[in-house]
Design a protein around this ligand. Structure first.
Ligand code: RIB
Length: 348
């Protein structure tokens, strides 16, 4: 038998009905004196009364639980985004479950099924890389869920639900412009994954902007690092031995791995090679504080996807429209911002 305090215990301690206690603790109107109202709240606090959310959800049909599925929980970008989303949701009384798909489409599918079984009120979803390229399976899995889904950060090509992201193509252009203005023409790139939509968009913006200045990337210097530290570290030697004077890493973790390898070889950034990262998640931690990088405005990204979610939760599913959140989907793309530090050297 649980020894947690119940509504009945609070009612007994204050001499009123269970209904009155419930109405007062839920700030619903009820005919009790202000003095009695304060007594009920004080006693509930003294008895450590915590609402039974499971019982409440049977009445309100709301679990007050939201979920966030990230592709790499070890990546500081997702940790930072999770914190910002959690701050927004808790302000509205929601708790946030965070789960990691490890960038696997199969794990992503299994977790969507587990979330559905937990009666969550909504899901913030950062798709696995594979799903960003072909979201057919993901869309059919989302259509079977009984709660709103909002995509964030990694959007899919087909717009089938609300989505809040950053303009990755523009971010790649910003990196290219900075290298061109600094006089670099022998340039390398370390992208995310071949099948990752936002990594591809970043690289496309980078390559197209270089192309406008008649600069191309040697295929040997067109690398992939899966957005991980060791991806930047493992590809560094090929770039450092090539004579390239600049490298764009499509996220800060790969930039960190690259700079670690350069340091091990007693090569200096930017003196020996200029470096640009992406995400702006290291400077605030005092790591790689010299790294010029591109900021995706994570707090605003969290606000945008949270606003979509609250709006969709208010939409009642009905027989006519069993998944209204799949109707009239909205997309917002935030403008990325270049954060100039000291890792790019002018050579012209
Ligand atoms: O660092 C991980 C990258 O993947 C970030 O740039 C973010 O956009 C995510 O999609």
């Amino acid at each position: 038998m649980s020894n947690r305090t119940t509504l009945r215990d609070v009612a007994k301690a204050t001499g009123v009905s269970i209904t009155t206690v419930s109405l007062v603790l839920n700030n619903h109107p009820t005919r009790v004196s202000e003095e009695k109202r304060e007594l009920i709240k004080r006693k509930a606090n003294e008895l450590n009364y915590v609402p039974n959310q499971t019982a409440r959800s049977l009445v309100t049909k709301r679990s007050m639980l939201l979920a966030l599925l990230v592709p790499d929980i070890e990546n500081l970008f997702f940790a930072s985004l999770a914190k910002e989303i959690e701050d927004e949701c808790s302000a509205d009384g929601y708790s946030l479950i965070i789960a990691n798909s490890n960038d696997s489409k199969n794990t992503e599918r299994q977790l969507l099924q587990q979330f559905e079984a937990r009666n969550i009120d909504g899901l913030f979803l950062i798709p696995s890389s594979e799903s960003t390229k072909d979201s057919t399976d993901l869309r059919s899995e989302v259509a079977q869920m009984s709660c709103p889904v909002v995509l964030t950060d990694r959007l899919v090509r087909e717009q089938w639900c609300d989505a809040a992201g950053s303009d990755n193509y523009q971010g790649g252009q910003l990196a290219a412009r900075l290298f061109v203005e600094a006089g670099h023409t022998h340039i390398a790139c370390i992208s995310g994954r071949h099948d990752n939509g936002n990594a591809e968009a970043r690289k496309a913006g980078f390559v197209d902007e270089l192309g406008k200045n008649h600069i191309t990337i040697d295929p040997q210097l067109d690398c992939y690092g899966a957005y991980r530290f060791d991806g930047g570290y493992q590809t560094a030697d090929r770039i450092l031995d090539s004579g390239a004077t600049a490298v764009f890493c499509c996220n800060d973790l790969m930039a960190l791995g690259f700079s670690k390898r350069a340091e091990e070889r007693n090569l200096s950034i930017p003196e020996d090679i200029s470096l640009i990262g992406y995400d702006n998640v290291l400077n605030s931690l005092g790591i790689a504080s010299n790294l010029t990088t591109i900021d995706q405005d994570i707090p605003q990204l969290a606000k945008s996807c949270h606003a979509y979610m609250m709006n969709r939760i208010k939409q009642k599913a009905s027989k006519l429209s069993p998944a209204p959140w799949l109707n009239d989907p909205q997309t917002s793309l935030l403008k990325p911002k270049m954060i100039i530090k000291g890792s790019v050297r002018t050579i012209k």
